[in-house]
Design a protein around this ligand. Structure first.
Ligand code: SAM
Length: 269
């Protein structure tokens, strides 16, 4: 009797080159990264000692944003594009606290996300993880995993949190956002956060990102605001991350690290 070799359960991970997902995990102080990723994190910390705080402001606003979407806007389904490695307070954990059967599709290009996501999500029938390139919206939207999990006649939250700055201008990030938002009905929401061109520190950090990871574009507030064209920003609008519906007091002036990203949530009319 012959047996076919089983398909590998853990996809192949290239540990010779840094990946965005693993470098971000290293900056967050996680353990799902390799020497090559930690070397990038070290370079980022040299240029911007607050980079770890910045990553945590982003994770924190992700939680507050998903809370708003599930608990206040009543959104029951989420497509989390460029979801990253599972860490604390992942989208489904926050959403399902308010809506136990909230459905979440995680999409990430990095196979390590699937490897670790499977372990975390194996017992959750309302959540799935796919390895795919979000720059191909039509392919993503047609995936069986997406079609089975998402009801496109009901409002959907499209998440592009900490993600769009990893797309170059010639990859048409604006057109990509528009394609996803065209596929979802009225009452759907767009939630995004983005590196902001806020001064010389942003320029230095952008240079380091581009040198070591090949992506990391710091866009102006006007450029980022354009992603929300045709949508209604919910209060407080497009703001620095610590200012988006804070849990506690926010002291001013904001630190350099607090000014390096902005984000917001908007509703499709
Ligand atoms: N959304 C999470 C958060 O804000 O905490 C993770 C953000 S992480 C900085 C960006 C993620 O986008 C990485 O996990 C990376 O692998 C993923 N990514 C980059 N380019 C992508 C693409 N073209 N398609 C899908 N995912 C992509």
């Amino acid at each position: 009797m012959t047996t076919e070799p089983a398909a590998p359960l853990v996809p192949e991970i290239d540990t010779t080159r840094p990946s965005i997902a693993r470098a971000y995990d290293a900056v967050l102080g996680g353990k799902d990264n390799y020497e090559v990723d930690r070397a990038v994190a070290d370079e980022l910390f040299k240029v911007m000692p607050e980079i770890g705080d910045l990553a945590w402001y982003n994770r924190a606003v992700l939680g507050r944003g998903v809370h708003h979407l599930a608990a206040e806007a009543g959104i029951r389904q989420f497509i989390d594009l460029g979801s990253g490695l599972p860490t604390v307070e992942n989208t489904h954990q926050v959403a399902q606290r308010y809506i136990p059967d909230a459905r979440v599709v995680y999409v990430d290009i990095d196979p390590i996300v699937l490897a670790h996501g499977r372990a975390l999500l194996v017992q959750n029938e309302h959540t799935t993880v796919v390895t795919a390139d979000l720059r191909e919206p039509d392919t993503i939207l047609a995936l069986p995993a997406v079609q089975e999990m998402i009801d496109f006649s009901e409002p959907v939250a499209v998440l592009l949190v900490g993600m769009l700055h990893h797309l170059h201008d010639d990859e048409d990030p604006q057109g990509i956002v528009e394609r996803y938002m065209a596929a979802v009905p009225s009452g759907s929401h767009l939630f995004l956060t983005h590196f902001c061109r806020s001064g010389p520190d942003a320029a230095a950090l952008e240079e380091t990102f581009l040198r070591f990871l090949g992506t990391g574009r710091f866009r102006t507030r006007e450029e980022i605001a354009r992603y929300f064209d045709g949508l209604d920003l919910v209060p407080p609008g497009l703001v620095h991350l610590p200012e988006w519906r804070p849990d506690g007091l926010v002291t001013h002036p904001l630190t350099i690290g607090q000014r390096l990203m902005i984000g917001g949530i908007a509703r499709k009319p």
